[in-house]
Write a protein that binds this ligand. Structure first.
Ligand SMILES: Cc1cc2nc3c(=O)[nH]c(=O)nc-3n(C[C@H](O)[C@H](O)[C@H](O)COP(=O)(O)O)c2cc1C
Length: 333
């Protein structure tokens, strides 16, 4: 029987942590408090830069350093108009690990991070993309299935794991994300050859998380089946799938799409304006729910593992529970 510590040794060494558990960056939620709490508990916190300006990111990194001396990373969205400046901030602040999200990063961006000695981690939503990312120089992959919260791809974690881990596990460390709510699942992916995991939903209700009490309550109440992907009404008007707990906004979004498409068909809106109106619907929606507490009109982004979120509890306790479950599971063999 292999012990947890040896199963994830490579991942833990890569991250510089005790546990190879990354706290997946969550816009608005993964700020200094939760990030530092994850790192202090032995995991790897990741700041969600999202749409922050370079100055705001610099400040967030500095404030996080005041709360922890442990390693943590920064997640950058590659569509950010000031991506190069954000990389400069990471370099100046000596960020050791940069996670590139939101699409396929260019070799130039990857090189600009590696040049100053940091590690680059990126998302592989398919085997072929994983191979391409490795060719472009990334140091580790996150494979995130459609069970995850937030923006999702079409393939489940279990299938991505089977397609990617056996082929690429000897090339770079692989972290599995999406739908992990208990230690048994974590241990199983490690036994398949993953180097670690990334979890998001399970950490939203951490005591240290600044998410609004209403947002946390919605997570504690929800079952797995309540966290569904956004629905696209018309193939001509694409919608990026986002998994969230169903609420009034979910219904409003369906209606807005149908009304907008009707306006387009009646010649009252151009195609471009109709598409923009649909895209605009969710602008600021996560902040509205997660920070302002408007859980009716905001977006309750959450993964299917939300059904395993039962209460607010300290980050260290969440990680210890996962590790306890993983150890018990491995000991039973
Ligand atoms: C509320 C919320 C916000 C998220 N925001 C981001 C983000 O800004 N960037 C990103 O790369 N992933 C984001 N994610 C995905 C997480 O980083 C993580 O990969 C995912 O939550 C893992 O799946 P799980 O929720 O099933 O644990 C978000 C997830 C949630 C639930």
């Amino acid at each position: 029987m292999k012990k947890l510590s040896s199963l994830w040794q490579r991942g833990a060494e890569f991250l510089g942590t005790n546990y190879a558990i990354m706290g997946g960056a969550m816009s608005w939620v993964s700020e200094r408090n939760l990030v530092a709490a994850i790192s202090n508990a032995g995991g790897f916190g990741v700041i969600a830069c999202s749409s922050m300006s370079p100055d705001l990111l610099r400040n967030e990194i500095k404030e996080t350093k005041k709360l922890t001396e442990k390693p943590f990373g920064v997640n950058l969205i590659i569509m950010h108009p000031q991506l190069a400046e954000l990389v400069d901030v990471c370099r100046e602040e000596n960020v050791t690990h940069v996670v590139l999200a939101g699409g396929l990063p260019s070799s130039k961006t990857i090189a600009s991070i590696k040049e100053y000695g940091a590690k680059v981690i990126s998302f592989a939503p398919a085997f072929i993309i994983g191979k391409k990312l490795i060719r472009s120089g990334v140091d580790a992959l996150v494979i995130e299935g459609m069970e995850a919260g937030g923006h999702i791809g079409p393939v489940s974690t279990s299938v991505l794991a089977q397609e990617i881990i056996p082929e690429l596990k000897d090339v770079v460390p692989i972290f599995v994300a999406g739908g992990i709510g208990r230690g048994e699942a974590m241990a199983s992916y490690l036994e398949m050859g993953a180097s670690g995991v990334q979890i998001g939903t399970k950490l939203v209700c951490a005591t240290e998380s600044i998410a609004h009490a209403n947002f946390k309550r919605a997570f504690i109440k929800a079952a797995a089946r309540n966290a569904t992907p956004s629905v696209q009404a018309d193939p001509d008007f694409p919608v990026i799938p986002v998994r969230a707990i169903e609420n009034k906004a979910t219904e409003d979004f369906k209606r807005i799409q149908l009304d907008t498409i009707r306006e387009f068909n009646d010649g009252k809106l151009s195609k471009n304006d109709a598409q923009l109106k649909i895209e605009h619907f969710w602008a600021g929606a996560l902040r509205k729910a997660a920070i302002d507490g408007d859980v009716d009109n905001g977006s309750l982004m959450a993964g299917q593992s939300v059904g395993m979120v039962k209460k607010e509890q300290p980050t260290a306790e969440i990680l210890d529970e996962l590790i306890g479950q993983a150890n018990d599971f491995l000991a039973e063999k």
